[in-house]
Ligand binder design. Structure first.
Ligand code: GLU
Length: 417
């Protein structure tokens, strides 16, 4: 595994190594968790609208299944590499363990820019990927979901394709499906909602509440746009938002409904009210109380951390802060609520949807959201109280140690270690 030249995987492994040392776990645990159990490498042919066949490279990385079936999303992105996918699968193992749900970790990826495909080409790619990984997934084996560049429509095509292969309907093999096809309406906003809950819990501890606090959102995709919506709903004010198109800054507040409209492609980014600048990184440097990096990994690095002014960072994306940048932030008294805690709302909701699907029984939206909120809030409390006992640790250290401990105990009970 070429890891030294992949900054993202190197970051995840360094966080992992540190937590294994801090928790006093055996070194063999690092040997296990620093490499995935299985990697599937596929090439998916798609007949393009111009008549030619194009091949798209894809992966499914199954990192660890000590706690249960593999679980994690599928990313469609033009620059995603196998090493990125391994890093993301490793994060899923830790996130699922920390959340207390019965899952191991996995992640899938296809190197493609989905925005450049027609709807028909995208459907063919989605179905082709589902067929390619079908032998290694299943409702109690490996359960994919969306990630960057994929959505509930893509899950619908995939669950349909898998069901055709199985010769029966298999709702529980993919999560985050549309409500009309065995999904739950909460899943669409669950990652952003969970980010907002994590930010609110942290703000209560730090400032006594989130009401009136200013927020910058880096990335206006599913996570960022819905985090903006729920943070505003909780009384915070969104004063900066970025997308690939640039950044809009407005100290009077940017209505989250409009950010959602942009995410749904119903409004041009430049039409958001406020001062527009073309630099998509500008939201990272906004003068705010809370920064939510919700785009991709390695957003806050050693090179730009000096310009970050936020007092609190709540990670919506996976791996947006590098270890060097995190060290620098802590030196300045800036706390980072880590991805494995803050953005777990998506996979926790996936778990609730999976439980519904296995039983062909569904909760209503309010009841589901109440369950999700209570799991997120209690996860926050567990991490926070562990962190409070260990003053020299980062919050990520506390989250990782709790996550690693649960995996270690399961591996030990199984006799793997
Ligand atoms: N892709 C999301 C994540 O990174 C959700 C995964 C899932 O629901 O399985 O956590």
């Amino acid at each position: 595994m070429a890891q030294a030249d992949n900054a993202f995987l190197a970051s995840v492994l360094s966080y992992l190594k540190k937590s294994i040392e801090l928790g006093g776990f055996p070194k063999e645990l690092y040997d296990y968790l620093s490499r995935p159990k299985r990697i599937l490498h596929v090439n998916i042919p798609v007949r393009m609208d111009n008549g030619a066949i194009t091949f798209f490279e894809g992966y499914r990385v199954q990192h660890n299944d000590a706690l249960g079936p593999y679980k994690g999303g599928i990313r469609f992105h033009p620059e995603v590499s196998l090493a990125d996918d391994v890093a993301l699968a490793t994060i899923m193992t830790l996130k699922n363990s920390l959340a207390g749900i019965p899952y191991g970790g996995a992640k899938g990826a296809v190197r493609v820019d989905p925005k450049r495909l027609s709807a028909r080409e995208l459907e063919e790619l989605a179905r082709g990927y589902a067929r390619a990984i079908a032998p290694l997934i299943g409702e109690e084996l490996d359960i994919p979901a969306p990630d960057v560049g994929t959505n509930s429509q893509i899950m619908a095509w995939m669950v349909d394709e898998y069901s055709k292969i199985a010769g029966r309907n298999v709702p529980a093999v993919f999560t985050a499906k549309p409500p009309e096809l065995w999904g739950n309406p909460v899943r669409e906003y669950s990652t952003g909602f969970g980010v907002a809950v994590a930010a609110r819990e942290m703000a209560r501890v730090v400032w006594g509440g989130i009401e009136g606090k200013t927020v910058a959102i880096h990335g206006a995709g599913n996570t960022g746009a819905w985090a903006a919506y729920w943070l505003q709903n909780m009384g915070a004010k969104i004063v900066a938002v970025s997308s690939t198109k640039g950044t809009v800054i407005n100290t009077d507040g940017i209505p989250a409904e409009l950010i959602l409209k942009y995410y749904r492609r119903e409004l041009e980014f430049q039409k958001l009210p406020g001062k527009y600048v073309s630099d998509p990184a500008a939201s990272l440097f906004a003068d705010v109380d809370i920064l939510v990096p919700a785009a991709l990994e390695n957003a806050i690095t050693e090179d730009n951390v000096g310009a970050v002014k936020a007092k609190l960072v709540v990670e919506g994306a996976n791996g947006p802060t590098t270890p060097e940048a995190e060290r620098e932030l802590y030196k300045r008294g800036v706390v980072v609520v880590p991805d494995v805690l803050a953005n777990a709302g998506g996979v926790v909701m996936s778990y609730l949807e999976w439980v519904e699907n296995l039983q062909w029984f569904f909760w209503d939206e309010e009841e589901t959201r109440r369950r999700l909120e209570s799991i997120m809030a209690s996860n926050f409390k567990r991490v926070f109280s562990r962190w409070a006992q260990e003053k020299s640790w980062t919050m990520r250290d506390a989250a990782y140690v709790i996550a690693v401990e649960r995996i270690y105990k399961a591996m030990k009970a199984r006799g793997w270690i």
